[in-house]
Design a protein around this ligand. Structure first.
Ligand SMILES: C[S@@+](CC[C@H](N)C(=O)[O-])C[C@H]1O[C@@H](n2cnc3c(N)ncnc32)[C@H](O)[C@@H]1O
Length: 260
């Protein structure tokens, strides 16, 4: 299998259900991200950047808070992003793109670094784009909670998903295994980390997300021989079982500031 870039993968914005998938992701991660951004003490005059802004919920939240500042929502594919008064939309490839040094008081990125083999270089470039004292807040999933799942069908399903991520150049365990160390090694100060395990089976937005996710991506996984069609069906059927409760992944958030 050859590595494909994100934009031509099973998560491409071209896919009809991708906007809905991103909105469900935004819904169930909203508490995690809001807590992480609040922790920086975000101020109304701040200049902010959201790298890999997706469907834009975090950039809009920042624009609502930084009413005297400016927010850039940057993504390689900007079709789901709409500019507002203090919210600029920017087509931007995070693997190679640049901003002027010291352009921001806050840079946020979520569920992007895991997809990019160039992730360490991007973290280092974020440091240079921050003003002294400015914050980086990065969140990425890590699939480690599923590897001890008591449900064999769920483990098979999640394993196949991880293999798919790896085939697209992603690292599904990176949030746990590399994010904090990479931020610390890049030279950030005051580095901290939190981990929020997600829950499925509770009937909330995470259930809807994974249902849609496997409807969109599952057939592609079967086509690539990563799992059998029956295993896909058995894993997804767990979401309809009233006694099923499990954790598909955990979101690791790391923050740090450019030294003064
Ligand atoms: C899983 S989505 C996450 C979206 C959003 N950050 C969120 O958490 O709701 C990843 C986003 O990163 C964008 N992306 C992928 N590769 C990129 C790149 N090289 N440069 C900039 N954005 C990229 C995708 O287009 C997509 O919108």
């Amino acid at each position: 299998m050859t590595a494909k870039t994100y934009s031509v993968s099973a998560l491409s914005h071209e896919i009809p259900t991708e906007l809905q998938r991103l909105r469900l992701l935004e819904e169930y991660l909203e508490p995690v991200t809001t807590a992480a951004l609040e922790r920086t003490g975000v101020e109304s005059h701040w200049r902010c950047l959201d790298v890999g802004a997706g469907a834009g919920a975090v950039a809009r939240w920042l624009a609502g808070r930084c009413v005297d500042g400016h927010v850039i929502a940057a993504d390689i594919d900007t079709r789901f992003l709409t500019p507002e008064r203090n919210l600029e939309v920017c087509e931007f490839d995070a693997r190679t793109g640049e901003f002027a040094p010291q352009s921001f008081e806050l840079i946020h990125t979520r569920a992007l670094l895991m997809h990019l083999p160039e992730r360490a270089g991007l973290v280092a470039r974020c440091l240079s784009w921050l003003a002294p004292g400015g914050w980086l807040v990065a969140t990425d999933p890590s699939g480690f909670t599923a590897s001890s799942s008591p449900y064999p069908h769920w483990r098979v399903l999640m394993n196949a998903f991880w293999e798919l991520m790896a085939a697209h150049g992603g690292d599904p365990l990176w949030g746990r295994q590399g994010l904090a160390r990479t931020v610390a090694e890049a030279g950030f100060a005051d580095v901290g980390m939190s981990i929020d395990a997600t829950i499925v089976g509770a009937g909330g937005p995470a259930d809807s997300f994974w249902r849609l996710f496997f409807a969109q991506v599952g057939p592609h996984m079967v086509e690539l021989g990563l799992l059998a069609a029956e295993d896909l069906a058995a894993g997804v059927a767990l979401l309809d079982e009233p006694t099923f409760f499990d954790s598909p992944d955990a979101f690791v958030t790391v923050w740090g500031r450019r030294p003064l």
